[in-house]
Write a protein that binds this ligand. Structure first.
Ligand code: G6Q
Length: 543
């Protein structure tokens, strides 16, 4: 039996502590009441990352109690169980070993008593060979032309990770190659991408763990037809199609050559698969060496998470602070705000990582939970978000704890863009924490009637995450950091973070309705009245 978190003594102690400090402000906590709360107590520097959590509604005692709570939920031994290859994804009877994918030293990871390191190395070498061949112009299409466009067809975990990473690391990419991503079963997605591609020079990567996903298979078949029509030969498929999958049989059935299949395994979850062969499009874009550098960054943070004591452990502290706000203050959402244009898809990626992992309401004992679990994750890059939704974060009725991610050195040297970007970055967390008081406004001679509208209460919690520069290495550290935050919270909430039955249901339901949408389907619809009516309206008006 796993413990119900809110029935532990440690949670109750936390709750008592919350009751005693909940009315305090960040300003008081940081500046006045508790002089021992110096920045040193609330920031961690590790392998080039500064994680500053001083602008939170916490005292040192909060952190002590949160860490004790994590201990009571056996966080440390659960981390060890993951690394030991135990089948912690119980409802799917699978181990969870994405950390092995970025192991750069010769550590032994095994599943069911068999080492998985040789498998990982074998596939990584295949990725290396393919990406080098493409990047050197040696991968030729059926007509003898070098490949210049890569189209990754996949969805969810087989799309968001490589897409986000390729965008994030664009500055390190080979600009002679264009990398595209098709995910949606809205045909406009693939049509717009194909319009930019020449069949002679296009390589399709079909990325699907199961190789049965409706969206991906529809787009893959469409792409295949587009290519075969052009060359008027099915033989062309071997020069233009690769597959990344765990389902080798289905790939072969689709018609992709065995040597063009890169494999991964059921102990790699879709949303944790970026460092598996699913990252091939990113490797083609930035090259093997940079990809390997990225893996090292991942590995550095993996080791930090695995070995650091809980109170010095960045992902653990992020997870605990999230728990503090989610379960004690009952704040429902969490914003992730990268001050970095290259990370513009990071919030979307994290939405899947976090919400698909911890959006659960059944605990590991199979019981419905009686407490809140995963928050709503959202965000946009700064400063764009400042001109859109920050109004609500500053002055709305909802409190939204936020992560501010920034880089000390810019990727591109321009005039003073970067100082302006970072001035905003620092100013926002300052304003969110300390606000603007009536007295300050009076001192600024603001008209009396306008003062209430211009008051900022402040007291909005933020984390400041500062890296030296966006490189493949620091990018790896960042992603791993959030992956382990998600793991931590799953343990604190006593839920299974690595299954996704909610996603599976959608896959089944859509398959049932599909034949009913055909014009010649004449049987009586068997849905509820609302759905029947909508389907009939659709069919009546479909050209
Ligand atoms: C990820 C989820 C889900 C999955 C997609 C695509 O963790 O399981 O997002 O990645 O549904 O699945 P396939 O890779 O099997 O096509």
């Amino acid at each position: 039996m796993y413990k119900n978190p809110i029935e532990t003594k440690e949670y109750k102690d936390l709750k008592k502590h919350y009751n005693s400090i909940q009315k305090d402000s960040i300003r008081d906590l940081l500046e006045e009441k508790n002089k021992e709360n110096t920045l040193d107590n609330f920031s961690i520097e590790s392998d080039g990352i500064l994680f500053d959590f001083s602008k939170n509604l916490i005292t040192k005692e909060t952190i002590n109690l949160l860490v004790k709570f994590a201990d009571s939920m056996n966080l440390k031994s659960e981390i060890d169980r993951m690394y030991a290859g135990k089948k912690i994804n119980k409802t799917e009877d699978r181990a969870v070993l994405h950390t092995a994918l970025r192991e750069t030293e010769d550590k032994q990871y095994s599943v069911d008593g068999t080492s998985i390191m040789p498998l990982i190395e074998q596939e990584r070498n295949k990725m290396k060979n393919i990406s080098e061949k493409v990047r050197l112009g040696k991968w030729k299409g059926y007509g003898g032309n070098a490949i210049t466009s890569i189209v990754n067809i996949g969805i969810g975990g087989s799309d968001l990770g490589p897409l986000m990473a390729t965008e994030a690391l664009k500055a390190y990419s080979d600009r002679n190659l264009s990398i595209h991503y098709v995910s949606n079963v809205d045909g406009s997605d693939i049509m717009e991408v194909l319009a930019k591609c020449n069949p002679e020079t296009t390589l399709f990567i079909i990325a699907s763990k199961t190789f049965t996903t409706q969206e991906t298979m529809t787009n893959a078949n469409f792409a295949r037809e587009w290519l075969v029509n052009h060359f008027d030969s099915t033989e062309a498929v071997s020069n233009h199609f690769l597959a990344l999958s765990t389902n080798i049989e289905a790939v072969i059935k689709f018609g992709i050559d065995k040597e063009n299949i890169l494999e991964f395994w059921d102990w790699v979850g879709g949303r944790y698969s970026l460092t598996s062969v699913i990252g091939l499009s990113t490797m083609i874009s930035i090259g093997y060496d940079k990809f390997y550098e990225m893996l090292k960054g991942f590995n550095s943070m993996d080791n930090h998470f695995r070995h650091k004591p809980l109170n010095e452990n960045i992902p653990v502290l992020m997870g605990l602070l999230g728990f503090w706000y989610n379960n004690l203050f009952e704040f429902d959402t969490h914003a992730v705000l990268p001050y970095c244009q290259y990370l513009h898809r990071f919030p979307a990626y994290l939405q899947q990582g976090d919400m698909e992992s911890n959006g659960k309401s059944i605990d590991r004992n199979g019981n419905k939970v009686n407490y809140s679990t995963g928050p709503i994750i959202w965000g946009e890059p700064g400063t764009n978000g400042q001109h859109a939704f920050y109004q609500l974060i500053h002055q709305g009725t909802k409190i939204i704890p936020s992560d501010f991610i920034g880089y000390i050195n810019p990727t591109n040297s321009t005039d003073d863009h970067h100082e302006k970007l970072m001035a905003n970055y620092f100013a926002q967390t300052e304003a969110l924490a300390f606000g603007k008081s009536i007295d300050e406004l009076k001192q600024e001679n603001i008209e009396k009637e306008l003062i209430p509208f211009k008051v900022f209460e402040g007291n909005r919690p933020t984390n400041t995450i500062l890296f030296n520069k966006l490189t493949p290495y620091t990018f790896g550290q960042l992603i791993s950091m959030y992956e382990h935050k998600i793991f931590t919270q799953g343990i604190l909430w006593n839920i299974y973070s690595f299954d996704q039955w909610g996603v599976e249901l959608g896959k089944v339901l859509a398959k049932k309705i599909l034949p009913e949408l055909k014009y010649n389907f004449s049987e009586k619809l068997q849905h509820d009245e609302s759905t029947n009516k909508l389907i009939n309206y659709y069919k009546k008006n479909r050209n």
